[in-house]
Design a protein around this ligand. Sequence first.
Ligand code: OGA
Ligand code: MN
Length: 222
Amino acid sequence: MSAIAELRHFDAEDDALLFEQIAQDIQEKGFSINPCALPAALTESLYQQVVHMHHAEFEAAGIGRANEHNLNEFVRRDEICWINGDSAAGQQWLQWTSALQTYLNRRLFLGLFSFESHFAIYGKQDFYKRHRDAFAGESNRVLSVVAYLNHQWAHQDGGELVLYKDDHDMEGSRVLPTFGTVAVFLSEEFPHEVLPANRERISIAGWFRVNGSHHELVDPPR
Ligand code: OGA
Ligand code: MN
């Protein structure tokens, strides 16, 4: 086997283990936190992609769907750029999430139909207040995926994702946004927030959706 084929081979085995872990976690508790889980080469090329992108390609993040797009810097203060597969890194990411989608559909019969994702840059002290990614009956986002691209993130850097069990949970579980960490959770179930960080913080947030199209109404992209 060539060195590259060997590398791919190991990656595929690692992915299968990770995908199975995610499936089990989702089944048992609805969320899955996996430090150091995204393949290192993929994480690094995504990181390089963000670092080399022009600042102008990012836009202030809004809340809600395109037609009700609201900017509210009291709720969130990050900048985003949608991933469309224009770059090699973006394509690799979409291949990886597509493999995850296929795995979860076979394993859990989730009927995941499409995927959308964006890079997000949180400047120093930026945040995203407690929110849900979807509300029952209002959206067809079913599964949220977040991946982190931050080298050498320490506890004192802050910027944790806090995942709450329900509306009454005030403590939550904290996830450090360290390089390669992958968090997956049911979009309607878990309120969550991003705490302010003491340095720039880069993440990818993505959502798997079920097919919400009916009659002539084509489901809007976001
Ligand atoms: C989001 C989100 C979490 C993170 O974009 O909806 O919750 O840790 N992001 O970046
Ligand atoms: Mn969110």
